[in-house]
Design a protein around this ligand. Structure first.
Ligand code: APR
Ligand code: ZN
Length: 403
């Protein structure tokens, strides 16, 4: 049932050409004054690797200098939350922790020195923030920031090295990826909040926090997909399908999807399990020597190698988007780069989050990008463990939690 529904949704999704973002009802912001107070609210706390999240009451401190406190209204789950929750990479383990980084909400209060955001603003949290003042932020060559760049090791606020979350008996709860969105209220750096048009559907906009920006940006900013070109996407979760959507908008003539889950197919689909030969051979055969661009969206180094070899020699580019929690190194011989195939990595699709996201949001509102089919499920926040399971089982693209 789920499987066929998902297949149908993905089919419709890849066929549909344009559509506008529908506006959902925006819930009224509470008029109760909480600014400066400690807020008690519900959060889903990850207490240990792989343990079910515990929905419990926690305390959230007011924002300090250059921080904001945000009321989360929608949060979805990305595979990176699952990787960290599982604790695959020992170095990234910090528990208890509030995970979650794909969300949208409303500013509840702002800390000292914040002038570009105010109570009531609609915002998207950005895990790869932008302070606006450092040498990186001032450069057009990068979207990394000296202090607010993505860092899965970081679990406290930069201001004072402390947590803004605590248990009811006063023990600290760690932050995650500059965002921590599996909670009714979160505190983030002002440089990690992008203000968006209040008319936009916050439910859909939550996807811009990670998968849509990363996938679309990989196609537009990183690969710079050209009209009439050929594309192969490895891993057809929301991230991979966002690359497909970005490539469609750019006018790619062929988009080949590769996934081991046959429910996730797009028009030109390859399941490596059905082939007797390596995927790259099949792709080279289908495209007269290889695709112009390939994208690794599965977080698997063997897949990365297949992806790399599936591009055309002389000019092929492979973009790495998947997060690889496994400590294995790149599976390439240096001389293989002499065949003219490039390999590039991207964080957040090379978008400067705070300054460029409002425009991307506008493109969704105007129907340039179609986000309609990415949300396959919606559940109340309390059912977060069910939502995790849906993604783990490959049954959802995005399950949005409603607070
Ligand atoms: N070959 C092809 N596809 C694969 C393989 C493989 N060996 N392994 C997994 N996949 C597919 C899965 O079947 C799934 O459809 O990759 C897709 C990943 O999608 P999601 O789990 O929905 O993840 P998403 O939120 O899109 O994010 C992609 O997943 O593991 C990660 O870290 C990786 O950042 C990457 C993220
Ligand atoms: Zn993510």
């Amino acid at each position: 049932m789920f499987a066929s529904q998902l297949t149908r949704k993905i089919r419709t999704f890849t066929r549909s050409l344009t559509s506008t973002c529908r506006h959902s009802n925006i819930r009224r912001f509470s008029t109760m004054e909480t600014s400066g107070e400690v807020i008690t609210c519900k959060a889903a706390v990850a207490r240990g690797p792989g343990e079910p999240l515990v929905v419990e009451e926690i305390k959230v401190d007011p924002p300090k200098k250059m921080e904001v406190r945000m009321k989360v209204l929608y949060s979805s789950i990305c595979h990176t939350d699952i990787d960290i929750w599982k604790g695959t990479n020992e170095a990234q383990r910090a528990f208890p922790r509030i995970l979650g980084h794909e969300a949208a909400g409303i500013i509840e209060s702002v800390g000292e020195g914040v002038t570009d955001l105010k109570k009531g603003d609609h915002v998207i949290p950005i895990f790869n923030g932008e302070c606006g003042n450092c040498v990186y932020c001032k450069s057009e060559k990068t979207n990394l920031c000296e202090t607010l760049r993505v860092n899965p090791m970081k679990s406290v606020m930069v201001n004072d090295g402390k947590c803004r979350f605590s248990t009811m008996d006063g023990k600290p709860i760690y932050h995650f990826l500059n965002t921590s969105t599996f909670t009714e209220y979160t505190v983030i750096d002002a440089g990690c909040a992008a203000k968006i048009d209040p008319d936009a559907s916050l439910k859909k906009m939550s996807l811009l926090s990670c998968c849509i920006s990363t996938g679309v940006g990989a196609a537009w900013n990183c690969a710079n997909v050209q009209a009439g070109s050929t594309v192969a996407i490895f891993g057809l979760g929301a991230l991979g399908l966002a690359v497909a959507e970005g490539s469609r908008v750019r006018g790619a003539s062929t988009i080949i999807g590769v996934d081991i889950n046959s429910e996730k197919f797009i028009k030109d689909f390859i399941n490596p399990k059905d082939l007797g030969t390596p995927v790259h051979e099949k792709i080279r055969e289908m495209t007269g020597g290889g695709v112009d661009y390939s994208f690794e969206c599965a977080g698997n180094v063997d897949v990365l190698r297949e992806s790399f070899l599936s591009t055309h020699d002389g000019w092929g580019s492979t973009v790495l988007l998947g997060i690889h929690p496994n400590p294995r190194m790149l599976p390439l011989h240096p001389m293989e780069l002499f065949d003219g195939r490039k390999i590039i990595g991207t964080v957040f699709g090379d978008f400067k989050g705070k300054s460029q996201l409002p425009h991307l949001a506008q493109q969704c509102i105007n129907g340039v990008l179609n986000l309609d089919e990415f949300i396959t499920h919606e559940l109340p926040f309390e059912k977060i463990n069910e939502a995790f399971q849906l993604l783990l089982d490959g049954k959802s693209l995005r399950c949005v939690l409603k607070f």
